[in-house]
Design a protein around this ligand. Structure first.
Ligand code: BT5
Length: 329
């Protein structure tokens, strides 16, 4: 794609001017055609300075999701995975599943600027307007099927770590996988698997993070929160996506190499509601007790006096003792 070639040239000389002539010779295009591409790049959010006699200089990349900018971030972090980029999709998880069917060995990420039928767990809907990070990593970890729910916990840790690395904010994880900030949901994770009974062939980790929009624009009474609301500024979504993927690879590596022990510790450190009186709703039934943590299977542990119950991540809802989503009083 010519657009990406122009950006490669400019990025190679970052901070310096590249003459129109050099670009037109290098890419075998007229100067007028180069000018047209520059105009459209600027419309996409690239900050490109044009100076007479000097040429063009790349000053900044867009904050909105962009194919070249994502590749650029992946290169900076030495991430090796194929990128499948879409302006819009029904669901990045569904697209990743299709990819897995076509090419079983591919390690990839599907990214979309907006999703029309974003999926939550158990058939729930995930609202995905433009301005968020909506992506699904297609991975092939060396894990047994029994260990897959632990890989989903890894994604929660990765999102929290990325938020800390890039913005210094301390988000928490609400069991099993909601990333929350001051009790409001900032990100969600949907892990899906296709494989054989004994081993995982394809793990799809879908990650949705509310970025540069206002949660009030979400339909219904969702009550989430966005990074824009927390930080009062726009964030670079390409950098955020790359950072989350980087942390997913790191944490997944730990899970594969050392087992669940360290991951469990990391998860507990970031979890919200630990040691509190909570309600666990399973279908129509409510259980009350102290949220004691997770066990070796990643299941929620609830203590009511002498009884210790565990709940695996089926359609189980962790709530405050009063039945509210927010666990932080
Ligand atoms: C989740 O489900 O939290 C998993 C969300 C995973 C979304 C990603 S985006 C990329 C990839 N492709 C997909 O199609 N999905 C994944 P769950 O725990 O079931 O939470 C769903 C509930 O969260 C909904 O019922 C709403 O109450 C709430 N919700 C929906 N959209 C939200 C949003 N943008 N921000 C905060 N809360 C939201």
């Amino acid at each position: 794609m010519v657009r990406n070639q122009i950006l490669d040239h400019l990025a190679l000389n970052k901070g310096d001017y590249v003459s129109g002539e050099e670009l037109s010779q290098g890419l075998n295009m007229t100067r007028a055609a180069i000018w047209k591409h520059m105009k459209s790049l600027k419309e996409d959010g690239y900050v490109i300075e044009a100076a007479p006699k000097k040429g063009y200089c790349l000053r900044d990349v867009p904050f909105s999701l962009d194919e070249w900018a994502l590749h650029h971030e992946f290169r900076t972090r030495n991430l090796s995975l194929n990128l499948h980029f879409f302006e819009e999709l029904t669901s990045t998880n569904d697209q990743a599943k299709q990819l897995a069917r076509r090419n079983l060995a591919e390690t990839a990420v599907v990214v979309a600027k907006t999703q029309h039928s974003g999926k939550g767990r158990h058939g729930r809907k995930w609202e995905s307007p433009e301005g968020g990070v909506w992506m699904s990593a297609l991975l092939h970890p060396k894990l047994s099927l029994a260990d897959v729910s632990k890989a989903t916990l890894v994604a929660g840790i990765a999102v929290v770590n990325a938020l800390k690395e890039l913005y210094g904010i301390e988000a928490g994880i609400k069991w099993p996988n909601d990333v929350v900030y001051k009790g409001r949901k900032l990100a969600g994770i949907l892990g899906e698997v296709t494989g054989e009974w004994t081993s995982v062939q394809n793990l799809i980790l879908g990650v949705g993070i509310n970025g540069n929009f206002s949660a009030q624009t979400l339909p219904g009474n969702i009550g989430g929160v966005t990074l824009h609301e927390i930080l009062q500024r726009e964030v670079n979504l390409n950098q955020l996506a790359a950072s989350v993927l980087d942390h997913i690879f790191k944490e997944l590596g730990i899970l594969e190499k050392d087992g669940f022990h360290l991951i469990k510790e990391s998860w507990l450190k970031r979890s919200v509601g630990l040691g509190k009186q909570v309600q666990v709703r399973v279908g129509q039934d409510d259980y009350y007790g102290i949220f004691e943590g997770i066990n070796e299977e990643g299941a929620l542990m609830l203590r009511n006096e002498e009884t210790l119950r565990s709940f695996t991540a089926g359609d189980v809802h962790l709530r405050s003792a009063k039945g509210e989503y927010n666990l932080e009083e």
